[in-house]
Design a binder for this molecule. Structure first.
Ligand code: PXP
Length: 265
């Protein structure tokens, strides 16, 4: 089945990252809502982390109150957080793994190891009529277990693909990538890139076949997004860092509309 319209969820966490650099009220993530909506975004995505390092409960409340677009709230499966999310009532909750020391969400949920805890979170959210998505690695097992758990959506983690893409194309001067790149031949990088892409294609197709809705995200940018857009069983992308980074130079309106243009099929 071909999804004509690929939806774009804009993750605005990084606006709050900038605000928290000074712990003042500027820039206010709320100011992004209208700009995103007017420039092709289909959804606002935010992450209420346990340590509240960027988005705060009050941000979620204000964003939910003011957004004309559906709000996808990423959160951990910690029961205290799930209770808060049930009170906040976003349109969708995306369950993600969370470690305090990590810079960003590294890897998908451990769906097998945390099956019961994820099930409890899904049940609680569903009782509160909140749609649930599971952020998973692109593997057949994670997709099958997500279906068994009763999630409506899976979001496939594209981080490995994005990292290998950056290594292959040297698109970004990431030093930790550069060091590894030196040791790998172009042929090896091509093969890794192909492998990291094919698992996303397979997982998306499998999820769709099982009746799940399929999103993807993490590390997607203006260079690497095209191949992911071409996977027609994916119906939504959630993209944050690259859009907010570009907005520093172009303004948010252009950064969002440029990405939306790349999402056209
Ligand atoms: N989707 C999920 C579930 C995430 O945790 C993140 C990162 O917060 C993103 C998408 C967006 O990733 P990026 O900021 O690298 O575009």
């Amino acid at each position: 089945m071909h999804e004509e319209n690929l939806k774009l969820g804009v993750n605005i966490d990084h606006i709050a990252v900038l605000r928290e650099a000074r712990k003042i009220n500027d820039p206010d993530p709320l100011m992004a809502l209208g700009v995103c909506a007017q420039n092709g975004a289909d959804q606002i995505t935010i992450h209420l982390r346990e340590d509240r390092r960027h988005i705060h409960d009050e941000d979620v409340r204000r964003i939910l109150e003011s957004s004309s677009l559906p709000v996808n709230l990423e959160c951990s499966i910690n029961p205290e957080i799930i209770d808060i999310v049930c009170t906040l009532r976003p349109h969708r909750a995306t369950l993600v793994p969370e470690k305090r020391e990590e810079v960003t969400t590294e890897g998908g949920l451990d769906v097998r190891g945390q099956y019961e805890a994820i099930l409890n979170a899904i049940n609680k959210l569903s009782e509160n009529e909140i749609e649930v998505s599971l952020f998973i690695d692109p593997t057949n097992e994670a997709v099958e277990l997500s279906c068994k758990l009763g999630a409506q959506w899976v979001e496939l983690h594209t981080g490995t693909y994005a990292n290998v893409y950056a290594m292959r194309h040297s698109a970004l001067p990431h030093s930790h990538h550069a060091i590894e790149t030196l040791r790998l031949s172009r042929k090896e990088l091509d093969s890794r890139l192909n492998g990291s892409y094919e698992v996303i294609v397979d997982a998306a197709n499998k999820a769709r076949m099982l009746g799940l809705k399929v999103a993807a995200g993490h590390g997607l940018n203006y260079q690497n997004v095209k191949s992911i857009v071409d996977i027609d069983t994916i119906e939504e992308l959630n993209i944050g860092q690259s859009i907010i980074a570009r907005s520093v130079f172009t303004g948010l309106a252009t950064a969002v509309s440029d990405m939306k243009a790349l999402c056209q099929r």
